[in-house]
Design a protein. Structure first.
Length: 175
């Protein structure tokens, strides 16, 4: 329980970071989802149940802070974390940086496609997909790649190392 509370507290710090810094990182309409990266890494580290609950509570906090429709991000983040963990269960021995980026961009794209159904209607939805949803998912995967390369994330790398490792052809994770 204490670890879960620490995870949620760290997630709230990431959410505040996302609400402040990601607005500065916006390119066109694309904005990275730092909280989703954090939740996916936590799900890989702690399992689907923790990912489900952390995704729900942090998604609910994101809904409350964004003043959008209450429950949309709670639903999306909790379900994405849970079902990705179910899908990956038993398949993860090692994960290359490329697969990590594909994994994060797929989750971000799925989240953006479904969120767009709640917030955008009509022909604007196609523009949303082309100019916001897809670029945001790619931008999020780029941030996820930087996340695992960052030297200040050594404790994260050690914690997730059984899950995310690189092949010999790729750059080594910092120890």
């Amino acid at each position: 329980m204490i670890n879960f509370l620490k995870l949620v507290a760290a997630g709230l710090a990431v959410l505040i970071l996302q609400m402040t810094v990601s607005q500065l990182l916006t390119i066109g309409g694309a904005r990275p989802d730092i909280l989703l990266i954090f939740l996916l890494a936590a799900t890989l580290r702690y399992g689907r149940r923790t990912g489900l609950w952390a995704g729900f509570f942090l998604g609910l906090a994101q809904d409350a802070l964004s003043l959008g429709t209450l429950g949309v991000f709670a639903l999306l983040k909790s379900n994405i974390c849970f079902w990705i963990a179910v899908w990956l269960e038993g398949r993860i021995g090692t994960m290359s940086a490329g697969w990590w980026m594909i994994f994060v961009s797929s989750a971000a794209l799925l989240q953006n496609i479904i969120a767009g159904l709640f917030y955008v209607s009509g022909m604007e939805y196609l523009n949303y997909l082309l100019w916001i949803a897809v670029p945001s998912a790619l931008y999020t995967s780029l941030i996820a790649f930087i996340w695992i390369l960052a030297p200040f994330k050594r404790s994260f790398v050690r914690a997730v190392k059984p899950t995310i490792q690189r092949s010999s052809r790729m750059m080594r994770l910092p120890h």
